[in-house]
Design a protein around this ligand. Structure first.
Ligand code: PSV
Ligand code: MN
Length: 393
């Protein structure tokens, strides 16, 4: 690592300094599996307190200046006031995530429900989310639909696609200025026979039909085991249709664990595609978000660790010698080409990241600094009374 040429070192640090990772408000609230939610101490009781936790993550990492909201979990009377509160703590409100999956009416789907009244209600929620974006100054509307069917024959696949297209079209037409629609896909769950947006191809088809400001979002936990996610990244980047990521880590299904924990090599391979395409710079418009649940580990340090994992994978991707890689590829040198990638991946980038943090006026060890800060002890006392936020609030 120390033999790195000074120009290379500063190029990598420069890129890492500009990197942005958005954290999710719901990661700070209580969460669990369908078997049990284990409540934690010091958990935020409202969106303002979630923002305080997100700002704390940014304070120690320096690269997480926005927090995504989920509506209605983060519903407030005055979103401009919430945005002001965020700004006062050095962060901004980010992506607005719609929620059309928790109402009794949505048993047979939301925007693809056979009942036109339910479809109307779901579309109205999407439009409400754009109203909120106008007030928060958010750029992105993220849509994930739990819609699908459990049994063959339960509903007509093509009719459901038509209903989906109508709903997306209405929400898309409501977008203004620089606002974008990010469409998320998921192979299964809660529907088990088929979901209405199961894969990147379906999401892509709808986004192409909608227009330039509709893009696909890749949630890393939403694929079949063994899926080559970096291939999807490369293909969508080439088509100009990759809008962003919901980062998390999975061993089995949609585990929502800390990104980079199960398979840091996969995260590196994803970031390698991003770096190669010049898409790391925030101006490239790719939103790097975390969509995780910290069910058994303390939440704020888990989010800090996740941000650091993304930084480590990115630093390794930035280390790849692109000229050497291209030369080996052009020569058909399989072993050398693979070795170039593996050399970068096997480099310990932690000293470089510590140096970067010091350059940025941060503590080189964000988790230790967080623990020393006394933040947790303070919020544990301050938030002892009242109802902790969770998936329903
Ligand atoms: C669905 O599994 C998902 O990934 C979507 O992004 C939701 O909005 C999110 O999880 C939060 O539960
Ligand atoms: Mn997601």
């Amino acid at each position: 690592m120390n033999q790195l040429a000074p120009q290379t070192r500063s190029r990598i640090k420069q890129a890492l300094r500009g990197q942005r990772v958005e954290t999710a408000s719901w990661a700070y609230g209580n969460s669990g599996t369908r078997f049990k939610v284990f409540p934690q101490e010091g958990v935020p009781r409202n969106p303002y307190e979630k923002i305080a936790d997100a700002a704390t993550v940014h304070r120690f990492t320096g690269v997480a200046p926005t927090v995504a909201l989920h509506i209605p979990w983060d519903k407030v009377d005055d979103y401009a006031d919430l945005a002001t509160a965020a700004a006062g703590q050095g962060i901004a409100l980010g992506t607005i995530n719609a929620n059309v999956f928790q109402d009794d009416d949505y048993k047979l789907g939301s925007v693809t429900n056979p009942d036109p009244g339910v479809r109307r209600k779901a579309i109205d929620h999407l439009l409400e989310c754009v109203d909120i974006m106008d007030q928060t100054g958010s750029r992105d509307l993220k849509l994930w639909f739990s819609d699908g069917t459990n049994y063959p024959g339960q509903d007509d696949v093509r009719t459901r696609q038509d209903r989906l297209a109508v709903a997306l079209g209405e929400a898309y037409d409501r977008l203004g200025g620089d606002q974008r629609m990010l469409l998320e896909y998921k192979l299964f769950e809660p529907a088990f026979y088929m979901t209405d947006v199961p894969d990147w191809g379906t999401a892509y088809l709808h986004c192409v039909q909608l227009g330039e400001r509709a893009q696909v979002v890749i949630d890393t936990g939403h694929h079949a085991p063994g899926t080559n996610i970096e291939f999807i990244v490369a293909v969508l980047l080439r088509a100009g249709k990759l809008g962003g990521f919901d980062f998390n880590s999975r061993f089995y299904a949609d585990d929502d664990l800390m990104v980079g924990s199960a398979d840091p090599f996969q995260l590196f391979r994803i970031m390698h595609e991003i770096v190669q395409a010049g898409a790391l710079d925030p101006r490239a418009g790719i939103a790097f978000m975390l969509d995780q649940c910290h069910n058994i580990e303390p939440k704020i340090p888990a989010v800090i660790r996740s941000v650091m994992n993304v930084q480590e994978a990115t630093a390794k991707a930035l280390l790849v010698d692109h000229d050497a890689l291209r030369a080996a590829q052009d020569n058909g040198d399989v072993l050398d080409a693979n070795a170039v990638l593996m050399d970068a991946y096997n480099t310990d980038v932690r000293p470089l990241l510590r140096e970067l943090r010091e350059d940025m006026g941060l503590d080189p060890d964000p988790i230790a600094a967080y623990r020393r800060s006394g933040y947790f002890e303070r919020v544990r006392q301050e938030r002892a009374e009242g109802q902790a936020a969770g998936w329903g609030a």
